[in-house]
Design a protein around this ligand. Structure first.
Ligand code: UDP
Length: 258
């Protein structure tokens, strides 16, 4: 399972060289060594960003892939190389296109800690805990019911489960295949903030800001292929549960930083 990469869209636009080096060249090095040592199974962390601007939603595996930034292109390049590794070396691979990975380990032992943090849910919760003054909402004039962007937030525990199932799928002789992983429900930025207010019981100061470049209005996954082939089903798809787990993790960060 190859998780390591750079992941920030905005940074990838400013520094494409390091994205192609780390996400493409380094992955090709890994694949070369795997081929050399006859490692036959590869699970790749890919992304909804390989699809680019959605032509329809929910996005299934047949949706055209036209990434609109170097991050998405770097992941897509590896997706395109993998069938050649299958053909030449018999290496079976599964690319998992994560939508918005979120939440934290329900036991509170593991969570996300990015420096700098750029993701909506941890930023909202940092505003709730007082580590941040407010949360900016990037755009309120999108063509969505409340005007803010809609995303498909998928709990990290559900993502873990999908990897485990893919591993078994490959070990049982499964063919190379790619899956979109989301919970199939979209939540708006405003819904996320309202849920965070309800879960935390804190007042969260909201600043309405301009749109962020490159943000599509709505990104929602069709994960029916993963459900049909792997028997996978998001178990923690409820936004409140997801925010609750992320909030427990945020409180732990605050406690350990003091
Ligand atoms: N977003 C926002 N304020 C922030 C960070 C994100 O309004 O401070 C919005 C962003 O425009 C997007 C959604 O929240 O519509 C999710 O953004 P995130 O960066 O978490 O994930 P992405 O969708 O870019 O993978």
């Amino acid at each position: 399972m190859h998780f390591a990469s750079y992941i920030q869209v905005g940074e990838s636009v400013l520094k494409p060289a390091i994205y192609y080096q780390n996400n493409v060249a380094n992955t090709l090095n890994l694949l070369q060594v795997m081929a050399e040592f006859k490692v036959k199974h590869f699970i790749f962390s890919s992304t909804a960003a390989t699809f680019g601007e959605p032509q329809y939603t929910p996005i299934d595996e047949q949706h055209p892939q036209q990434p609109i930034n170097p991050y998405g292109r770097s992941k897509w390049l590896i997706e395109q190389a993998l069938p050649d590794f299958d053909q030449a070396y018999g290496m079976k691979s599964v690319c998992l296109r994560y939508f918005n990975a979120a939440g934290a380990d329900p036991d509170g032992e593991l969570g996300e800690r990015h420096e700098p943090e750029t993701h909506l849910i941890p930023l909202v919760l940092q505003a709730a805990s007082g580590r941040r003054k407010n949360i900016s909402v990037f755009g309120t004039d999108y063509d969505t019911p409340d005007g803010t962007c809609i995303r498909d937030y998928i709990h990290v525990q559900d993502l873990c489960e999908a990897h485990w199932l893919v591993l078994q799928y490959l070990q049982q002789g499964g063919v190379s295949q790619n899956f979109n992983l989301g919970n199939g429900q979209g939540f708006s930025v405003k819904q996320v903030i309202d849920t965070a207010k309800a879960i935390t019981g804190k007042n969260i100061e909201v600043v309405y800001a301009n749109r962020r470049a490159g943000d599509p209005a709505r990104l929602v996954a069709d994960s029916s292929a993963a459900q049909a082939t792997l028997g996978w089903k998001p178990m923690l798809a409820d936004l409140s549960t997801l925010v609750q787990h992320a909030w427990a993790w945020e409180r732990k960060q605050v406690a350990t930083n003091q």
